[in-house]
Write a protein of this length. Structure first.
Length: 299
């Protein structure tokens, strides 16, 4: 049996978590609405979905769970090269598409009006975007890590998580993983307290905040899987989708640093556990898979 058939055979025996797919879709819609309304309500505390940016932390937690579930038992058989091949096929087409569309939008932007002597800088930024190399060089784009494809900052940290997983964390025992997760939780609290929120990670001024957000949530998701914390329940997709959406519309306050940290530290891992322990009827399965298929990056 060749490597491709082996991977396909193992994958076909895996349970598919339809509710988690649906929740991923809900989170994707939330973050899109949040960014759209940012133009209307620059103050996130006045935005009705002012915590929609926390969807990124939910993505990271979900990713840790799914990566552990999908690869823990077959990474040695498939090898590191095959792992990266599969991850690139999953993630990078959207990186390329976003970079091309972002470049076209920049060139056609009547307010940007790039000059001919900026051609080298633009080419450098485009190559950086294609290869996920952070280059926060454009002031007019708020020094985004990826000027032509701003949302790529979270995919950048997703790649970092995948690299750390395949070289380190798939070998780490549950006790050591728990220790790493605890230390990462301290990092989340420190970042949130210092910045006053967990909105960072996308710019040169808050670059490491993204690393802290990824580290805790990804490790928490991986720890959930390794601990088999899949809480059986009858909430179903609708019930869990409402609970997830409540996190995004919770009101802002001077205590954002604390409430956001608590949501990321405890609430999102709980929802992932509940989503993994919930199931759908066949009609519900088809409905839930729509947003997961067409709106989001898949793990």
């Amino acid at each position: 049996m060749n490597q491709e058939n082996l991977n396909a055979g193992i994958a076909n025996t895996k349970q598919h978590f339809e509710v988690l797919d649906g929740l991923r879709g809900v989170a994707a819609l939330a973050v899109v609405i949040f960014h759209f309304l940012e133009w209307v309500f620059p103050d996130v505390n006045k935005n009705f979905i002012g915590h929609g940016f926390l969807a990124v932390d939910f993505f990271f937690c979900l990713s840790g769970f799914v990566i552990g579930y999908a690869y823990d038992n077959r990474i040695r058989q498939m090898g590191i090269k095959e792992f990266f091949k599969l991850r690139l096929i999953r993630l990078h087409p959207l990186v390329i598409l976003g970079s091309v569309l972002g470049l076209l939008g920049f060139l056609w932007d009547p307010f940007a009006a790039p000059s001919a002597n900026e051609a080298g800088k633009i080419a450098l930024l485009f190559v950086g975007s294609l290869f996920m190399i952070p280059l926060p060089l454009i002031k007019e784009r708020a020094f985004n890590l990826f000027a032509f494809n701003a949302p790529s900052w979270s995919l950048f940290w997703e790649y970092v998580a995948n690299i750390l997983y395949v070289f380190i964390f798939y070998k780490v025992g549950r006790r050591s993983l728990a220790t790493c997760t605890f230390l990462a939780a301290i990092g989340i609290i420190l970042v949130s307290y210092r910045a006053g929120n967990l909105l960072g990670g996308w710019s040169k001024d808050n670059f490491l905040d993204g690393g802290a957000r990824m580290a805790y949530s990804f490790l928490a998701g991986l720890f959930l899987y390794r601990s088999n914390w899949m809480l059986k329940n009858r909430l179903g997709f609708v019930g869990l989708a409402i609970l997830l959406f409540l996190a995004f519309i919770m009101p802002g306050s001077k205590w954002n640093w604390l409430t956001e940290a608590l949501v990321v530290l405890f609430y999102f891992p709980l929802l992932v556990s509940l989503g993994a322990g919930s199931s759908l009827s066949p009609p519900g399965t088809r409905f839930v898979n729509l947003p997961a298929t067409y709106l989001i990056r898949s793990t």
